[in-house]
Ligand binder design. Structure first.
Ligand code: SF4
Ligand code: SF4
Length: 436
């Protein structure tokens, strides 16, 4: 089955799925991990341990009483050696727990498969698992799976598009853990009473589409659908449009159009958690880019430092000029490899100087490429101008807050305008000055 609607806008990017064929490698336990108290959208957790405490694999080390949050667990067994402040990209200083590993991965006795017979027990189990959206957004899963009663959910959409170049972590999940993917979907369908499930996969991953369709075959309510490989096909609103033809209104949420979207690795994790009770303490990342010696998909303990992960992948072939956490379109540049990997991170990419040069921007030539590329039907060139002139009213009028920061506009701009950066500044202006 093909997608229903072609998304508006979008760009064709090279795929560079270099690691797609490589089986996931499991990285040995590092000497220490660092686990910040924020891996998700929402309230940070408070540490529930202190320096000197012994912890085990799966021990809760941070939690919050706020609804939009998720507990955080130790990914190793060992000793809390330090609780320090870790600076996040948004400028916030977050408590961060450093754990010296004893190398044994002794499992906490509290780790047991949960007893789940009702929707309430299911949602509680999802919260206790620490699951947040593993596609990059990091939204607490128990919140997403608990929409208000007046929102009737008709579709569960599984996002396996993985449209960013280089990243193949979700692809490997569909190949290596396909039964867990289907089993996790069935559980969500059952407890949320959702009848229709569509798995969206870009057409550059035919093996995933075949495997998932084959094993879901006995139940036609689950279908894996081939999506055109157009970036940002995997963006939530784009995926909903492509698979159902429904349009999420500006400022609205998927549940407003009867849809829940889950990342494919997230849903697979739910199946694993219900079987084992092991919370979210490990994850798979794609490590790639021109200066990585052995590009790989690697299964790591959450909180592993980037530098240790890169060493595991053979180190650098030459001095890196740019290191990204995430893909080349939406990833965040890192100023150091001394950064821990969080639950929602799905790639570490490292590039040489030539690949990393940010071209000088020149004057806009009014070509309209950015407008045609924008999947949110925005006018990026106008937003650029209003951001520069700090015109908050115009930024609001031109809907700057609807920008999903996908980078498609910058990608196609012949004048190399730094559109996303300008739009991000514009959003901050609206947030700080627009509410007055
Ligand atoms: S970054 Fe924003 S403005 Fe640019 S194409 Fe994406 S959604 Fe549109
Ligand atoms: S793509 Fe670049 S040059 Fe063309 S209209 Fe947009 S900002 Fe201007």
């Amino acid at each position: 089955m093909k997608q229903k609607k072609r998304i508006k806008g979008g760009v064709k990017t090279p795929h560079y799925k270099n690691t797609a064929k490589f089986e996931t490698r499991v990285m040995p336990v590092p000497e220490k991990v660092e686990i910040p108290m924020l891996h998700h959208i929402g309230a940070p957790c408070m540490p529930t341990v202190k320096k000197g405490d012994e912890v085990m694999l799966g021990t809760i080390i941070g939690d919050s009483d706020k609804f939009v949050s998720a507990p955080i667990h130790s990914s190793v067994s060992g000793t809390v050696s330090e609780i320090k402040k870790r600076m996040f990209p948004n400028g916030a200083a977050i408590d961060s727990i450093v754990i010296k590993s004893d190398g044994k991965l002794t499992i906490d006795p509290s780790v047991k498969p949960p007893i789940v017979n009702t929707k309430e027990e299911f949602l509680k189990a999802v919260r206790n698992s620490g699951l947040v959206g593993l596609g990059g957004a990091g939204f607490p899963a128990h919140v997403k799976l608990n929409p208000p009663k007046d929102k009737k959910i008709e579709y569960l959409l599984i996002n396996a598009a993985e449209c960013e170049p280089y990243i193949t972590a979700d692809y490997r999940e569909t190949i290596e853990n396909s039964w867990n993917v289907i089993s996790g979907i069935n559980v969500v369908m059952e407890f949320l009473e959702i009848e229709n499930v569509i798995i969206g996969i870009e057409d550059n991953k035919p093996t995933s589409i075949k495997i998932l369709n084959d094993i879901a075959d006995s139940d036609k309510k689950i279908t894996a659908v081939s999506l055109k490989s157009i970036y940002p096909q995997g963006a939530e609103k784009m995926l909903i449009y492509a698979l159902t033809g429904r349009v999420v209104p500006a400022g609205g949420l998927p549940m407003d159009v009867g849809v829940i979207v889950m990342n494919v690795t997230s849903v697979s994790f739910i199946a694993k958690y219900l079987k084992t009770g092991m919370p979210l303490v490990r994850k798979r990342l794609t490590v790639d880019g021109a200066v990585i010696k052995e590009p790989s998909n690697v299964d790591i303990c959450i909180g592993t430092y980037i530098k240790d992960l890169i060493d595991f992948c053979g180190g650098f072939t030459e001095e890196p000029y740019k290191i990204l956490m995430g893909g080349p379109m939406m990833g965040l540049a890192q100023y150091t490899t001394d950064m821990p990997i969080l639950k929602q991170n799905n790639a570490i990419l490292a590039f040489n100087k030539k690949q990393s040069m940010v071209p000088e921007q020149t004057a806009c030539i009014r070509c309209g490429n950015c407008v045609r590329a924008c999947p949110m039907a925005l006018m990026p060139q106008q937003l650029d101008i209003f951001s520069e002139s700090q015109d908050v009213e115009q930024l609001k009028k031109y809907n700057v807050e609807s920008c999903i920061e996908c980078g498609a506009c910058s990608y196609v701009c012949p004048a190399k305008r730094h559109l996303v950066q300008a739009i991000k500044k514009g959003k901050i202006l609206v947030k700080t000055k627009g509410q007055k």
